[in-house]
Design a binder for this molecule. Structure first.
Ligand SMILES: [Zn+2]
Length: 340
């Protein structure tokens, strides 16, 4: 059931937009959940921005009505990256997202504004798009746990939302895998005596919007609506926003039906480049299947990198620098477990 917007999506604001932060909040008379929806956390991912601008207009004109709770929209979360039409302004906003007393780069300033705003809400829908891939998917967080890295108590609510966004592929395991990757990276630097200057060697560096939201006691889903330029991206984002508002009861609408046929992938391993000229054996796309022993790539040193088991390759990045994430390996799980 595709929710076709009745009117086209609004134009994005002309660039450059001023380097200041803007959100739009609607608050109902009745109390209820507080939702925040982000677009353009990465500056070249604007399908969500277009959908958000449209939904803001609908609330403003009364075409939609907030019956309880609160919703905050941020169409363009990183204005510097938006102006540059790039993923990053000075750096990736979706890493090391935490308030700092001594902001060094533009994204530090975004974090000082955004982290408290996230923490003032209960639920985050963060809308992205990807460079290469076949269809939309969503990422959600860990199972409920009381660990040090990422304690969490809302796994069920988070997955119930993810299953209603209108996508049928899900990925989890991000922060644990990232943190393990940092341990591997540190061990490699120690073994080789290389400097880790400029590299991410703090497991907390994996803290993006959704991790920040969970750290503040809320829950969060990342939606990847398709390729950056996919003309259908804004409609995918629009449907997901509508379904989220309906699912949380913020608007009076038919309750979205959870997806029952879907793919569930758990990230398990991240492999860094050792040298910038480490190269893939072929132009892999996210979610390509690998058989145990398949040649994934060859390092500058001549070392072959092969699939350690049957797996799925995710976020392959041929342009990664030495010491940065080259690709992730995920395993498909037939039945997701909410509790373990
Ligand atoms: Zn993104």
């Amino acid at each position: 059931m595709t929710q076709k917007p009745a009117t086209p999506f609004p134009e994005l604001p002309a660039k450059p937009i001023p380097l200041q932060f803007q959100s739009t909040t609607f608050t109902a008379l009745k109390p209820g959940p507080k939702l925040i929806v982000l677009g353009a956390v990465h500056g070249n991912e604007v399908s969500g921005s277009k959908a958000i601008l449209k939904v803001i207009e609908e609330f403003k004109t009364g075409a939609r009505f907030l019956q309880k709770g609160q919703v905050t929209f941020v169409p363009i979360t990183n204005p510097l990256a938006f102006n540059k039409v790039q993923r990053n302004g000075d750096r990736n906003l979706n890493r090391n997202l935490t308030p700092t007393a001594n902001p060094q780069d533009f994204e530090d300033h975004v974090g000082n504004w955004l982290a408290p705003l996230l923490h003032a809400h209960d639920v985050l829908l963060d809308i992205h798009s990807f460079a290469k891939g076949d269809r939309p998917f969503a990422l959600f967080g860990p199972a409920d746990n009381q660990g040090d890295l990422q304690p969490f108590a809302h796994a069920r609510a988070e997955r119930e939302l993810a299953f209603r966004l209108g996508v049928d592929r899900f990925v989890d395991g991000w922060l644990e895998t990232y943190a393990r990757g940092v341990q591997t990276r540190l061990a490699y630097l120690k073994k080789t005596g290389l400097s880790g200057d400029g590299l991410s060697t703090d497991p907390r560096y994996g803290m993006g919007t959704t991790e920040c939201m969970r750290a503040g006691g809320g829950y969060a889903v990342t939606l990847e609506v398709g390729q950056h330029e996919d003309p259908n991206g804004p409609a995918v984002a629009y449907k997901a926003i509508h379904n989220t508002l309906a699912h949380l009861g913020l608007i009076a609408a038919d309750l979205p039906v959870p997806v029952t046929q879907y793919e569930q992938l758990t990230l398990e391993e991240v492999i860094d480049k050792h040298h910038v000229e480490d190269s893939f054996a072929k132009p892999y796309l996210s979610f390509d299947r690998l058989k145990k022993g398949d040649l994934i790539g060859v390092r500058k040193s001549g070392e072959e990198v092969r699939a350690p088991r049957d797996a799925v390759i995710v976020f392959p990045n041929p342009g990664a620098q030495a010491g940065q994430e080259w690709f992730y390996l995920a395993t498909e799980r037939p039945i997701p477990s909410i509790d373990g």
